[in-house]
Design a protein around this ligand. Sequence first.
Ligand code: 5GP
Ligand code: ZN
Length: 114
Amino acid sequence: MKDCIFCKIANKEIPSNIVYEDDKVIAFKDLNPQAPIHILVIPKEHIESLNQIDERNANLISDVMLVIRKLAKDLEIEEKGYRVVNNCGEYGGQTVFHIHFHLLGGRKFSWPPG
Ligand code: 5GP
Ligand code: ZN
């Protein structure tokens, strides 16, 4: 997708700190980390938000979740815990319209979110 910053990261057109990649999913460090560990995990296919998930592409979300699961294990945050966030749309606080899941860890988070 032209002009999508996360498509450009997935295509290596702009640099990022990639921590995992396979044929469907890529994970990279957030530019503006909100925790000691802050990784964005995305399907390489351009999907705008959770609103565009249906029976045909839902498998990509489970692929993303399996990568999150693997990263949590590899980064040794699975025992203490971590947070996975998807911001959807304006009220959800989404700023980049290529679906992504934040993996946040390394500190304790509060609830409810702001
Ligand atoms: P959202 O608010 O859409 O859920 O999250 C977008 C996230 O993307 C933000 O946490 C922001 O810091 C991150 N971000 C925006 N542009 C870039 C970029 O060019 N590179 C990286 N690595 N992260 C970015
Ligand atoms: Zn995109």
